[in-house]
Design a protein around this ligand. Structure first.
Ligand SMILES: N[C@@H](CCC(=O)N[C@@H](CS)C(=O)NCC(=O)O)C(=O)O
Length: 458
């Protein structure tokens, strides 16, 4: 029996899965949902996937998995004849993971942030802010493609599928300028020539028609189209060290950094920490941009190997340095669920935290609005559902998905308190994590974050 995919053709993550299935000649039984009609919020569908997203996979033995990235990895590991689209090689895989988390947490998040208010809200135009956000995504991709034909190297992987699905859709909203982004433009053209791309086309066309029909003449033609120019600090501050311990670039207030620190502590791995001062824009310094064009912390330098994105870093460190696989199980299905939860953290929970936090930090906002509360409560409700019948966020043992989520949720909890009566599973889970010795690696950063935020809110 073919695995079932709950889907909606215009959805980019759905199309990424379809491209993957096409590449490996896997038949899927497609069940179409109409999201505007609310098919994804029915009790039956919520029982399958409490996060109510498409795509959701139900394998022939009833195994349920959502999140396109987790699904692609799972399908390849189970059904592909070789590992070319998601190589076993630790470093190649780590870079693919990083690019896919970039899709979840940045590219696709930006896409939704522009699209949803147009579909569901009052918004009528693409604003200059939208353009700026999309252009930032394009700039990152342009940088990732430096010296490479495909997104992670000289071969096609699921990171290309994931990002072409999102980018080709974002391009409908904010055009990719071929002059500003020549590498990105060439990459899009190359991907379009792949046989697998046929699986992106019909959905993309539906998406284009859909956007047109919704907006009709709403998008103004002469909209602002300013390039986002990174402010580059000229000061050189990075001294490469050849110490044995991997180097981790950090800032002290960030949840993803704390998640990596918890992981390193658990596996007893020494890291040489290098603090970047974000206020002094050290993360935008040209030296650091050379290491990580996405200019995020944490960034890991393990000898000659550079990797960013906390999720990809945690997976890499556990695979390379841990004594066993308990934090990131080798078992296909267990790993698939860990991946799904981490993409949830990256694509849903963390962006919600930033949406509430940034106006407080950058614009002097002093209050938590009802809208903020609703958004945070939605994240809490998802987690409450994920934890149903489980001790930890993916099952019976602690994994890096717990670390990823606890650091973000404790930070969000400072802004919007978790109601213990409404979210009992979540409350119990947090208490259990707080009792782990490794939680100390979260506490320290969380405490200074809490003080900082409370001061700003005063
Ligand atoms: N990270 C997820 C994102 C999936 C997602 O947000 N899909 C959208 C459609 S493009 C959706 O299902 N939206 C409905 C909802 O969130 O309720 C993935 O890669 O599968």
């Amino acid at each position: 029996m073919a695995p079932t995919l709950y889907m909606m053709p215009p959805s980019p993550p759905v199309r990424a899965v379809l491209m993957t299935a096409k590449s490996i000649g896997l038949d899927l039984e497609l069940k179409q949902l109409n999201l505007r009609r609310g098919d994804h919020k029915t009790p039956e569908y919520l029982k399958l996937n409490p996060q109510h997203t498409v795509p959701t996979l139900v394998d022939d033995d009833g195994f349920v998995l959502w999140d396109s990235h987790a699904i692609m990895v799972y399908l390849l590991s189970k059904y592909a004849k070789d590992d070319s689209l998601y190589p076993q090689d630790l470093r190649k895989r780590a870079v693919i993971d990083q690019r896919m988390h970039f899709d979840s947490g940045v590219a696709f998040a930006v896409f939704l942030r522009i699209l949803y208010p147009l579909i569901y809200g009052e918004k009528k135009t693409i604003t200059s802010e939208d353009t700026k956000a999309a252009e930032e995504v394009y700039s990152f991709l342009e940088a990732f493609l430096e010296g490479r034909q495909w997104l992670t190297g000289d071969f096609v992987t699921i990171a290309d599928y994931s990002l072409i699905a999102t980018t080709s859709s974002l391009n409908v909203l904010v055009k990719i300028d071929p002059v500003k982004y020549p590498k990105l433009t060439a990459w899009v053209k190359n991907v379009e020539k792949l046989p697998a791309y046929e699986a992106n086309k019909p959905g993309l066309e539906k998406f284009i028609g859909y956007v047109k029909s919704i907006l009709m003449c709403k998008i103004p033609i002469g909209m602002e189209n300013k390039a986002y120019i990174f402010t580059r600090n000229k000061r050189i501050f990075i001294h490469f060290s050849f110490a044995m311990a991997p180097v981790l670039y950090v800032t002290h207030l960030t949840p993803p950094v704390r998640a990596v620190l918890m992981t390193a502590k658990t596996i007893d791995l020494d890291l040489e920490l290098k603090k970047l001062n974000v206020e002094k824009r050290e993360h935008k310094n040209s030296e650091f941009l050379k290491l990580n064009p996405q200019h995020t912390v944490p960034t890991l330098v393990d000898n000659d190997f550079v990797l960013w994105d906390s999720h990809a870093i945690m997976a890499y460190l556990v695979s390379k340095y841990a004594k066993d696989d308990s934090l990131y199980p080798n078992d296909l299905k267990q790993r698939a669920i860990v991946n799904q939860r981490m993409h949830f953290e990256n694509g849903v929970a963390f962006p919600e935290l930033l949406k509430i936090l940034y106006p407080i930090i950058h614009d002097g906002k002093k209050t938590i609005t009802q809208e903020d509360e609703i958004a945070a409560d939605e994240v809490y409700s998802f987690l409450e559902a994920f934890l149903d019948g489980k001790q930890w966020i993916t099952g019976d043992s602690v994994t890096i998905a717990d670390y990823s989520l606890i650091t973000t949720i404790t930070a969000l909890n400072v802004l919007v308190k978790i109601d213990h009566v409404v979210f009992p599973n979540l409350n119990t889970w947090m208490k259990k994590l707080e009792q782990l010795p490794v939680y100390e690696a979260n506490r320290k950063g969380l405490d200074s974050y809490t003080t900082h935020v409370k001061l700003l809110l005063r």
